[in-house]
Write a protein that binds this ligand. Sequence first.
Ligand SMILES: Cc1cc2nc3c(=O)[nH]c(=O)nc-3n(C[C@H](O)[C@H](O)[C@H](O)COP(=O)(O)OP(=O)(O)OC[C@H]3O[C@@H](n4cnc5c(N)ncnc54)[C@H](O)[C@@H]3O)c2cc1C
Length: 263
Amino acid sequence: MEILVCVKRVPDSAENEIEVKADGSDIKREDLVYSVNEWDNYAVEEAIQIVDRVGGSVTVASIGSPDAEEVVRREMAMGANNGLLLVDPAFEGSDGGGIAAILAAAVRKGKYDLVLTGAQADDGAAQVGGMLAALLDWPYASLVNLIEVKEGGVLRIGREIEGGNQEINEIETPCVLSIQTGINEPRYVGIRGIRKVASVEIPTLTAADLGLAPGAVGRTGAKVKRVDYFVPPAGAGAEILQGSTDEIAAKLVDLLKAKGGLK
Ligand SMILES: Cc1cc2nc3c(=O)[nH]c(=O)nc-3n(C[C@H](O)[C@H](O)[C@H](O)COP(=O)(O)OP(=O)(O)OC[C@H]3O[C@@H](n4cnc5c(N)ncnc54)[C@H](O)[C@@H]3O)c2cc1C
């Protein structure tokens, strides 16, 4: 099974204090520590496990600045066979539809049976997977937490449903699935794995290579324009706890006790 996994390089929320720029255009990105989007890491692990069971190969693709190479290489160190970088200044400022259009063009350049995305990334839009499937005219399932390969290119997939319930579907390939965290236990990436792929050539495709017309994606092509970005003011009745983690935890326990939530 030939599998493409779409991975995004995102600020690591465990390692950074995220602050919004005063002009509301974005977050402050200087000095941030980046890593692979958590959901995408589960998707790569799942793809590697499928290929271990049924054969084939895993390609990991990322759209971004040249720095996207760092997450592609990390996922290759984890066990993905190939990397693919989709890098062009023309991609900057894409909305979800633009990101999906770039990925769809990359999918059409290859020969894939299955495309995996994360259920969501740092912008929390959860739209790229569905839009990508629509552009390819492939079947799609979201929040997938189980994949079994059956005869005849059919997949048996589980989906996480509201209230902790589980749904099972069969879906024909080629298809797009967006992966929910918890589907597996992503493997640890050791220094040996990182060294092994350190000098592997990773191809880069630009808008021209993908046959994307100038202005079709990126800021010009975006039909959803981000116009502001801010931290909402605390609402009435809200209390923002200040202090160290220990101090905040202690205040929280006191508050819960005071309100009868804890005895
Ligand atoms: C400076 C800046 C300006 C922006 N301006 C706008 C704007 O004007 N309008 C707007 O709608 N959005 C804007 N965005 C948001 C940006 O385009 C989103 O990243 C995009 O819409 C995807 O949303 P998401 O990250 O929430 O992805 P989701 O849809 O939540 O992601 C689902 C999955 O899609 C795949 N995926 C997402 N991004 C990538 C990627 N780069 N490479 C490979 N796979 C990927 C991953 O598998 C991911 O798990 C801006 C972002 C930045 C940094």
